[in-house]
Design a protein around this ligand. Structure first.
Ligand SMILES: *[C@@H]1O[C@H](CO)[C@@H](O)[C@H](O)[C@H]1NC(C)=O
Ligand SMILES: *[C@@H]1O[C@H](CO)[C@@H](O)[C@H](O)[C@H]1NC(C)=O
Ligand SMILES: *[C@@H]1O[C@H](CO)[C@@H](O)[C@H](O)[C@H]1NC(C)=O
Ligand SMILES: *[C@@H]1O[C@H](CO)[C@@H](O)[C@H](O)[C@H]1NC(C)=O
Ligand SMILES: *[C@@H]1O[C@H](CO)[C@@H](O)[C@H](O)[C@H]1NC(C)=O
Length: 385
């Protein structure tokens, strides 16, 4: 028999019946297997795609963890790296990396500067990756069929390919959309115009999710977009933008919030259209925003200022970017890292530091920022209500 004292203790911890349901549901669920991870996205989760195919991130990228550039637009690891490790997997190989890659536990189709919609103009004519979401889907389709031919053929490459059954059991992760908003802003569209493009962006997103589902994907883990108006590259480019109470560009963040609102709606619809799949919506925006709101509480400082950059209030200038050089008083100066990247939120004006990525991963992996609110390891389960 359970003692009355334990019962009353237990009850005093409970706030709402909704929480009780969620808690007991989560306790009742088993951890998922997730033998592989397939990731789609932009620089927030690029583990080497753009660097191996087009433009290598130079030093001091990678200095904190890898001690050399490692294909990531950060001083160290990204959220996807912490995610892969926590599921017991090695860091994901970039699909585009033709040298020394191992896809036995999944593949990463993300490239920095990727968008959901067809971008214009693409590298080298402009700033966007040619590997936008449709192409990432096409690459996934290729990997899925060709990897099985290679496995059947045997030999040294067979063991580097995912097993066939992994495609239905894998976790499919997404972090993409920030550059669709950025493309609009930097193309001199008005805030309202960029905001009005969100439904079209979202419809292209859902189309790709359905195509990936049709190839067998069942567990989807989808990050919403972060507070773009808190990034130095926006703040330095639009110095007269109205600021919120923490110094972020208010209307730019409102567009990101609208994007997230529509993403949530799109996911509700996807759950209806694809009842065999599980969709976890992950509120990365709120976790990132807490770093701007309460940096000291979490051990950070100067969240609006780039660690690796040069000049101005935000230590960001697009003509003197991290890893480049800048002419000062007639001599060339290397644009390098700040002293304590481990206490900084922003790495290079656009991307987050490893310390920030770890903070975000630790928060989102618990399920506290997810809908449904299951931890990462249980993201194969459908909400029961
Ligand atoms: C590929 O990765 C798997 C999973 O980590 C590992 O067991 C295997 O040894 C790796 N293969 C090679 C050739 O490194
Ligand atoms: C945006 O407007 C600024 C200022 O008018 C101009 O310098 C810049 O070239 C424009 N950018 C684009 C992509 O049209
Ligand atoms: C974006 O559009 C939505 C829906 O029309 C609207 O509710 C919201 O206020 C708009 N946001 C901005 C920043 O224009
Ligand atoms: C950015 O750097 C360039 C080159 O050093 C300089 O000419 C320009 O004034 C800087 N822009 C800002 C906004 O500080
Ligand atoms: C550049 O020269 C000016 C004027 O002599 C001086 O005030 C400034 O400190 C110098 N900047 C650097 C980075 O040496």
């Amino acid at each position: 028999m359970t003692s009355p004292r334990i019962i009353s203790l237990f009850c005093s911890c409970m706030l709402l019946s909704h929480d009780i349901t969620t808690l007991s549901l989560a306790l009742a669920l088993e951890d998922c297997e997730f033998p592989a991870i397939f990731n789609f996205g932009d620089s927030n989760s690029d583990t080497g795609g753009l660097s191996s195919s087009l433009y290598q991130a130079p030093p001091p990228y990678g200095e904190t963890y890898f001690h050399k550039p490692a294909g990531r637009f950060s001083d160290g690891r990204l959220i996807i790296d912490f995610l892969a490790k926590s599921l017991g997997h090695p860091y994901l190989s970039a699909y585009l990396d033709s040298l020394g890659t191992n896809f036995s536990c999944g593949a990463n189709f993300a490239t920095a500067a990727s968008t959901i919609r067809l971008p214009d103009p693409i590298i080298p004519a402009g700033g966007f990756s040619p590997f936008y979401l449709n192409i990432q889907y096409m690459q996934f389709m290729q990997l899925k069929s060709r990897s099985q031919h290679i496995r059947h053929r045997g030999g040294i490459f067979a063991s580097l390919m995912p097993k066939e059954e992994y495609f239905s059991k894998a976790l499919y992760t997404f972090d993409i959309g920030q550059n669709d908003l950025g493309e609009g802003f930097f193309d001199n569209q008005t805030i309202q115009e960029v905001n009005a493009s969100v439904p079209d962006i979202m419809s292209k997103f859902s189309t790709n999710i359905k195509k990936i589902y049709d190839l067998g994907a069942r567990s989807f883990w989808i990050h919403n977009t972060g507070p773009i108006g808190c990034l130095p590259y926006v703040l330095a480019t639009y110095p007269s933008a109205q600021k919120d109470e923490v110094g972020c560009a208010k209307s730019y963040n409102e567009v990101a919030q609208h994007f997230n609102h529509k993403l949530r709606e799109a996911i509700v619809q996807l759950r209806k259209d694809l009842p065999l799949a599980t969709f976890t919506y992950v509120d990365v925006y709120s976790v990132k925003y807490s770093l701007y709101k309460d940096p000291k509480r979490y051990g950070f400082e100067l969240p609006l200022v780039a660690c690796c950059g040069y000049g101005g209030k935000y230590n960001f200038n697009s003509s003197a970017e991290c890893g480049g050089t800048v002419a000062v008083n007639g001599s060339q100066i290397f644009v390098g890292s700040c002293k304590r990247p481990s206490a900084r939120v922003n790495w290079d004006g656009i991307h987050y530091t490893e310390a920030a990525a770890k903070f975000v991963f630790d928060k989102i992996s618990t399920g506290a920022f997810s809908d449904p609110p299951f931890p990462l390891k249980q993201a194969c389960h459908r909400n029961l209500d």
